[in-house]
Design a protein around this ligand. Structure first.
Ligand SMILES: Cc1cc2nc3c(=O)[nH]c(=O)nc-3n(C[C@H](O)[C@H](O)[C@H](O)COP(=O)(O)O)c2cc1C
Length: 165
């Protein structure tokens, strides 16, 4: 298979969906990461854009709304399964994920939010649009499955991909 832009995006997104990826917000002073496995890459307003769905209760969201930048770090295969498990079940409100999940934040190239070392694919993004979900516009089947009573909604974050490698 040719190493085209599209193929590299597909490989990254396939791994994100199957195994999860690190969604990081914050900066050099205070960063936090959480596991995500939903998202998409596409083009809007002539810009390459990564869209992620972040539930409103996530600690990561607090840092995201302050800095308006995020990074996606995608490990391929099962290599970082344990770390993804911890970052996807514990909150940065309660633990230091770098220490407990044994991961390392390293500087990104174009944004102040760090990336997680040792991954295979990275996106660095600046938020260009965000939108709280309006549950009135969500189809019943999805609502019943993902937004039962008491479950918080997602906010959709669209980040311009300013760097990827
Ligand atoms: C495989 C996997 C995928 C996940 N995907 C998402 C997601 O796309 N959006 C989301 O809001 N939470 C998702 N989560 C849940 C968060 O990662 C989890 O609630 C995390 O503990 C939040 O951390 P925080 O409070 O430090 O932000 C996922 C969890 C796992 C295990």
């Amino acid at each position: 298979m040719k190493d085209t832009f599209t193929n590299r995006i597909e490989e990254g997104m396939d791994n994100l969906f199957k195994h999860g990826a690190f969604f990081t917000a914050g900066d050099e002073d205070k960063a936090n990461t959480m596991t995500v496995s939903w998202g998409s890459v596409g083009f809007m307003w002539k810009k390459p854009v990564f869209m992620a769905l972040i539930r409103q209760t996530r600690y990561t969201k607090e840092l995201l709304d302050k800095g308006n930048e995020f990074t996606i770090s995608i490990p391929y295969g099962n290599e970082m399964k344990k770390a993804l498990g911890i970052c996807g079940s514990k909150s940065g409100r309660d633990i230091d994920k770098e220490e407990v999940a044994d991961i390392e934040f390293i500087n990104a190239k174009k944004v102040s939010t760090p990336v997680v070392a040792g991954c295979n694919k990275y996106y660095e993004c600046k938020v260009v649009f965000k939108q709280d979900m309006d549950l009135d516009n969500v189809f019943e089947e999805v609502k019943a499955k993902c937004y039962q009573d008491g479950e918080t909604k997602h906010t959709l974050y669209f980040g311009e991909i300013v760097e990827q490698y």
